[in-house]
Design a protein around this ligand. Structure first.
Ligand SMILES: NC(=O)C1=CN([C@@H]2O[C@H](COP(=O)(O)OP(=O)(O)OC[C@H]3O[C@@H](n4cnc5c(N)ncnc54)[C@H](O)[C@@H]3O)[C@@H](O)[C@H]2O)C=CC1
Ligand SMILES: O=C([O-])CC(=O)C(=O)O
Length: 335
């Protein structure tokens, strides 16, 4: 009995040792995200890169007695390449956040080139990694990364993800406030993209659909779509969501790692190079996917939608098409 347990434990540890790299690790998201990753026992090597302070953040986290070693890198001494070398999972929250009055698309001019340059190094140093994009505007930065990885011959559609988990967390929380339930028990599917009207929560697929008045439903959809604005406004010029985003990023990275480790039935919504609406010229779309040892194992159909949700999806697709083209065109013009 004892030896059986010991063998099982040993094999599960052997299958669960991963190098995870965070690019932008000293930022508002990067620091709490790195903390949460330090607490994930599947992470055995945590590499933190930023233009500033990454070594300090790494030294700080390295005192926590979990089974990972932590390394900090800045741009000097080829730090980016070293941070990325043979990583299994790379999270990218590098870039500038919004201030009140800005849309996520207003961040494009600054963040597009940051993400493009980091993606080039991912292609060279961690070509097999699962790449998780947090930097906004996600609807465009994920296509940018695809174009860079493609140009280097290492693009794998199963391993490039736009992190939309914060939309799921908000949907679960805000729905629970309306129907008075435990938010931890809710699991709303959110599809489309990650900005305003491209965020489409599928409330009709929850058990509460008929219990919510039209007025409350409209307010709920608006709050989920524009939840980011609430935080930007409250932080009053000091940035956007960081702590809830760290939780969202850590949850999504944890699910990707669970998939890589061969755990069953790991499902998350995420923005990927998706077959769902390719025939309509929409190359990326967020939907639920099952995660596995190779990354995306299965892309889920959207399922049955209400008429209102059909309309929201149609509107989302129009904006997504433009956001995706903007990212693709940027890399064509600025390789
Ligand atoms: N996907 C999502 O749901 C969410 C995305 N975001 C986005 O995440 C990004 C980061 O937000 P915060 O952490 O609040 O910003 P922040 O300004 O606090 O941190 C960004 C970090 O990136 C670093 N950085 C900048 N250029 C870099 C480069 N070339 N290489 C490495 N590091 C670099 C900065 O030094 C800084 O430490 C923003 O674009 C924001 O809009 C924010 C919340 C949610
Ligand atoms: O609103 C922002 O700019 C940051 C973000 O993506 C979010 O909080 O969903």
């Amino acid at each position: 009995m004892f030896s059986k347990i010991a063998i099982r434990n040993f094999s599960s540890t052997a299958a669960s040792a991963y190098k995870v790299t965070v690019l932008g690790a000293a930022g508002g998201i990067g620091q709490p995200l790195s903390l949460l990753l330090k607490l994930n026992h599947k992470v055995t090597d945590l590499s933190l890169y930023d233009l500033r302070l990454a070594k300090g953040v790494a030294a700080d986290l390295s005192h926590i007695p979990t089974n990972s070693t932590v390394h900090g890198f800045t741009a000097e001494d080829d730090g980016l390449a070293k941070a990325l070398k043979d990583a299994d999972v790379v999270l990218i929250p590098a870039g500038v956040p919004r201030k009140p009055g800005m849309t996520r698309d207003d961040l494009f001019n600054t963040n597009a080139s940051i993400v493009r340059d980091l993606a080039k190094s991912v292609a060279e140093n961690a070509p097999k990694a699962a790449v998780l994009i947090i930097s906004n505007p996600v609807n465009s930065t994920v296509p940018i990364v695809r174009e860079v990885l493609k140009s280097k011959g290492v693009f794998n559609p199963k391993k490039l993800f736009g992190v939309t988990t914060l939309d799921t967390l908000r949907a679960n929380r805000f729905l629970s406030e309306v129907v008075d339930t435990d938010p931890a028990e809710e699991s709303v599917t959110v599809v489309g993209g990650h900005s305003g009207i491209t965020i489409v929560p599928l409330i009709s697929q929850t058990p509460y659909n008929t219990r919510i008045s039209k007025e409350k439903y409209d307010a709920l959809i608006h709050r989920i779509q524009f939840g980011g604005d609430e935080v930007v406004k409250a932080k009053d010029g000091a940035g956007s969501a960081t702590l809830s985003m760290a939780q969202a990023g850590a949850r999504f990275a944890g699910s990707v790692l669970s998939g890589l480790a061969g755990e069953q039935d790991v499902v998350e919504a995420t923005y990927i190079d998706s077959p769902l609406f390719k025939d309509q010229g929409i190359e990326f779309f967020a939907s639920k996917v099952t995660l596995g040892p190779e990354g995306v194992k299965e892309v889920h159909e959207l399922g049955l939608l209400s008429d209102g949700e059909e309309a929201l999806v149609a509107t989302a697709k129009e904006t997504l098409k433009k956001n995706i083209a903007k990212g693709v065109d940027f890399v064509k013009a600025n390789p």
